[in-house]
Design a protein around this ligand. Structure first.
Ligand SMILES: [Zn+2]
Ligand SMILES: [Zn+2]
Length: 97
């Protein structure tokens, strides 16, 4: 079960929905990362659980949007557009079954 939040940049109004940090679901682990090609924050799948429950890190996490590997950790919740700190809104929802 993971909880995703809406983050908004107060400066340029960029919005994204992602988890606040590394998150584990039933089948996959995600980590919010900045794609330097899309200039977006995405929840990127960084690992998977196999059917017997073994966890394995993905060697090359991919941007879910452009499938590129030009990713960096989303530190300090910086806006990928302008570098300001994004704010978490109170809206949240649960995406995993
Ligand atoms: Zn911004
Ligand atoms: Zn991308």
């Amino acid at each position: 079960m993971g909880q995703w939040y809406l983050f908004r940049c107060p400066k340029c109004s960029y919005e994204t929905e992602c988890s606040e940090g590394p998150d584990r679901g039933m089948y996959a682990a995600v980590d919010p990362m900045i794609c330097k090609d899309c200039k977006e924050v995405h929840n990127v799948c960084v690992g998977e659980f196999s059917k017997n429950g073994d966890y394995k890190d993905l060697e090359k996490p991919e941007c879910p949007s452009c499938e590129g590997n030009n990713l960096k950790d989303w530190v300090k919740q910086e806006c990928p557009k302008c570098g300001d700190k994004m704010k978490r809104s109170n809206q949240s929802h649960i995406l995993w079954d």
